[in-house]
Design a protein around this ligand. Structure first.
Ligand SMILES: *[C@@H]1O[C@H](CO)[C@@H](O)[C@H](O)[C@H]1NC(C)=O
Ligand SMILES: *[C@@H]1O[C@H](CO)[C@@H](O)[C@H](O)[C@H]1NC(C)=O
Ligand SMILES: *[C@@H]1O[C@H](CO)[C@@H](O)[C@H](O)[C@H]1NC(C)=O
Ligand SMILES: *[C@@H]1O[C@H](CO)[C@@H](O)[C@H](O)[C@H]1NC(C)=O
Ligand SMILES: *[C@@H]1O[C@H](CO)[C@@H](O)[C@H](O)[C@H]1NC(C)=O
Ligand SMILES: *[C@@H]1O[C@H](CO)[C@@H](O)[C@H](O)[C@H]1NC(C)=O
Ligand SMILES: *[C@@H]1O[C@H](CO)[C@@H](O)[C@H](O)[C@H]1NC(C)=O
Ligand SMILES: *[C@@H]1O[C@H](CO)[C@@H](O)[C@H](O)[C@H]1NC(C)=O
Ligand SMILES: *[C@@H]1O[C@H](CO)[C@@H](O)[C@H](O)[C@H]1NC(C)=O
Ligand SMILES: *[C@@H]1O[C@H](CO)[C@@H](O)[C@H](O)[C@H]1NC(C)=O
Ligand SMILES: *[C@@H]1O[C@H](CO)[C@@H](O)[C@H](O)[C@H]1NC(C)=O
Ligand SMILES: *[C@@H]1O[C@H](CO)[C@@H](O)[C@H](O)[C@H]1NC(C)=O
Length: 598
């Protein structure tokens, strides 16, 4: 619940261009959010003297705060959220600018140049989340994060980092998520996530007796790693993973999409036993070695779309739920490399090189609900989809399909969305759709259907959207279809061969029943249409009352065409006559020459 409050000191706040809002937070209870905009140097002292109790959030936007001191926060020591957005924000390098904010838990610095030294974050001992977005950061001074002893989430996105070693991440002992999306990183290195920690003799006390080592000044340097559970390095320029992930044993989410990776080797993923989600889409991947994902007990999501892969091995991934293989070079046989397919719920194989779909190939995909096979060259058989008992959405658009086998959808009794658009289907039999009785959306647009009868749709009692645009329909049995399919409320018939008379009657009928219909997007008023849908004119004279243009004009046009035709005939006649005479004369002359020559 959001209440708007303007309190007594509204005058001060107004001078600062600040608004106050009273809010409720689950973690912090009721309190004030203050938003200040356009603050300049003259008003800084007013910001310093702000008097609010129970403050939770401070947002400073679009302001110029040059050479400031920590005093600007001296009266809002209890805030939990601080947003600094679109600012010029400078302070002396050795200044501890946030020193009063020891309750602060979330700090976001957005579109604001920001330079961190080892003094900057001193005092923020409760900070849990730090967002640095678009700050021109290319390197962070060692020691800068040392005082952030509670930090769990670090996001440095849309900056200019080139190398992970430029971030002193090992100082963040509690860090769980590191998000470096949209920087200029170009490679990971083996020891990127290794942190050295020193253990002295005291820590090894227990072992001393057995080992008999001189305990006085024993110092050992031990490799430890960050305890990250999420790593996001998407939208960089990374070419190799360099086995760096082997030191991140607890990672459950790994996002490296939109980089320049060419290959994932078994060694790269070997240590990631807890992995749950992997995003490797939009790279240049040609090879993912065969044991990269094998046996990952917790892996649920794999997205490797938009790469150059021809094969993949997905063996023994018992919880795999969501698999995106779209935009690669896979053949249908890739399905046989998913050895435990019964957990899959979503499978995307669009834009690959699938052709013939063998019978029973989906037999063991018993939980699959969403299947996208669009933009391939599918050839279907009667039993191509058998086994897909839970399927809710099937997309086989843009596949050059000419014939639908009679009972190809028969086992898809839970199907709700069927997309057949962009094929070459001339004929759909009522047998095709007899078992898909829960179908809600049927898209057969851009095929070559010539007619659409109620008989075909008679079992689809749940149908609410029917798209048959872009076919060759001259006739639609709309009265029966609409009367007997009570839920049908959305119909697209544009770009067919329907006559204007037919369309006129049909639209009249649709309007009466409040059925919505799709009209042409960029409408050309010169073309024949009924209610915004173009149509074919069978006999001009008969249909003239339906046309948008006026009929007198059309009669004039007809007359002038007639005159033109007569003129052309006359001209052609004259020409033929002249040519005949010319030829006669030529022959005559030729005869003359022959006489002379002889
Ligand atoms: C930011 O503030 C300046 C003046 O302080 C103003 O001209 C500008 O329109 C503001 N921009 C936005 C996006 O509020
Ligand atoms: C603001 O507070 C400072 C002390 O921190 C004081 O010197 C100054 O006079 C105050 N200004 C206003 C406008 O209250
Ligand atoms: C910044 O402020 C400090 C006092 O807080 C002052 O000593 C220093 O001269 C100022 N620097 C600039 C560049 O204005
Ligand atoms: C900060 O640095 C300036 C010189 O740049 C120095 O005069 C000042 O004493 C330093 N302050 C602190 C708190 O270290
Ligand atoms: C990383 O930051 C981007 C941009 O803010 C965000 O979209 C993405 O979800 C974040 N990743 C993680 C793992 O939090
Ligand atoms: C199936 O996986 C094996 C390796 O386990 C690989 O050699 C083969 O090419 C894969 N087949 C397909 C179609 O991906
Ligand atoms: C891959 O497919 C999943 C659903 O299967 C979807 O959430 C994700 O956005 C897709 N990725 C791309 C790049 O299309
Ligand atoms: C499948 O992937 C394609 C291309 O990456 C995408 O456009 C489409 O939305 C995805 N389909 C589903 C059902 O997520
Ligand atoms: C489906 O699983 C059964 C039993 O695990 C197996 O025998 C059969 O070959 C599988 N079918 C396909 C098409 O992979
Ligand atoms: C598909 O099944 C139908 C009905 O069972 C049958 O008439 C037809 O011959 C089958 N088509 C093929 C290609 O097997
Ligand atoms: C589908 O329809 C056929 C008749 O065409 C029927 O024999 C069959 O039991 C129905 N159900 C399934 C799951 O195939
Ligand atoms: C049917 O498919 C066409 C082409 O893919 C698409 O433009 C249209 O939006 C779809 N219709 C519906 C109702 O989803």
């Amino acid at each position: 619940m959001r209440l708007l409050f303007f309190l007594a000191f509204v005058t001060i706040l107004e001078a600062l261009h600040c608004d106050k809002e009273f809010n409720y937070y689950d973690n912090y209870g009721h309190g004030f959010d203050v938003t200040c905009q356009g603050i300049t140097k003259e008003y800084l002292h007013l910001l310093e003297n702000i008097t609010i109790s129970n403050e939770i959030t401070l947002k400073i936007q679009n302001s110029t705060l040059k050479n400031i001191s920590s005093n600007i926060f001296q009266n809002i020591r209890h805030i939990r959220y601080l947003y600094l957005e679109d600012l010029v924000f400078t302070f002396p390098k050795n200044h501890t600018v946030f020193q009063f904010l020891d309750k602060l838990e979330h700090l976001a610095i957005i579109n604001t140049n920001f330079i961190m030294t080892k003094h900057t974050f001193k005092g923020l001992r409760n900070l849990k989340e730090l967002y640095l977005l678009n700050n021109d950061i290319d390197v962070i001074e060692p020691g800068a994060f040392e005082s952030l002893t509670s930090l769990q989430y670090l996001e440095i996105t849309q900056n200019k980092l080139e190398d992970l070693t430029d971030i002193p991440a090992c100082e963040l002992k509690e860090l769980k998520t590191l998000n470096l999306s949209r920087n200029h990183l170009f490679a990971l290195k083996r020891k990127n996530f290794v942190c050295k920690s020193e253990l002295n003799g005291m820590a090894l006390k227990l072992n001393d007796q057995h080992l008999n080592i001189d305990k006085k000044d024993y110092i050992s340097i031990v490799d430890t790693s960050l305890g990250l559970t999420s790593l996001d390095i998407s939208f960089n320029k990374i070419k190799v993973l360099g086995e760096a992930l082997n030191y991140l044993k607890f990672v459950t989410l790994f996002n490296a999409q939109s980089n320049k990776l060419k290959r994932i080797s078994n060694a790269d993923f070997k240590a990631l036993r807890d992995l749950e989600q992997t995003y490797l889409g939009s790279n240049l991947l040609e090879v993912i070695e065969s044991r990269v994902f094998e046996g990952k007990e917790n892996l649920e999501i794999i997205d490797i779309s938009n790469n150059k892969l021809q094969w993949i091995s997905l063996k023994n991934i018992p919880l795999l739920r969501d698999l995106n293989l779209s935009r690669n070079f896979f053949k249908i046989s890739v399905l046989q490399n998913i050895t435990r397919p019964s957990s899959l719920v979503t499978l995307n194989l669009s834009m690959n090189k699938l052709d013939e779909v063998p019978v029973h190939i989906f037999q063991n995909f018993s939980s699959l609900e969403y299947l996208d096979l669009s933009d391939n060259h599918l050839q279907l058989h009667n039993s191509s989809f058998s086994g897909l008992k839970q399927l809710k959405a099937l997309n086989i658009a843009n596949n050059n399909i000419e014939v639908l086998p009679e009972i190809v959808f028969n086992e898809l009794t839970k199907l709700k969305h069927l997309d057949l658009s962009g094929n070459k289907i001339q004929y759909i039999s009522s047998e095709n759709l007899v078992n898909v009785t829960f179908l809600e959306v049927l898209n057969i647009s851009f095929n070559q259907l010539e007619q659409l009868n109620y008989e075909l749709l008679k079992n689809l009692n749940e149908l609410h959207t029917l798209d048959v645009a872009g076919n060759k329909l001259k006739y639609i049995q709309y009265d029966a279809i609409i009367t007997d399919l009570p839920l049908l409320s959305n119909l697209n018939v544009k770009s067919n061969l329907l006559s204007c008379e037919f369309l006129f009657e049909m639209i009249k009928f649709l309007k009466k029943r409040h059925i919505s219909y799709t009209t042409v997007d960029k409408f050309d008023y010169e073309r024949e249409n009924v209610a915004g849908i173009y149509c074919e004119n069978e006999k001009k004279a008969v249909s003239s009352d339906l046309r948008t243009g006026n009929s007198d004009g059309n009669i004039l046009v007809d007359l002038s065409i007639l005159v033109c035709i007569v003129l052309v005939i006359v001209i052609i006649g004259v020409l033929i006559f002249k040519i005949k005479i010319y030829l006669k004369r030529r022959r005559y002359r030729a005869d003359e020459f022959e006489l002379i020559g002889g």
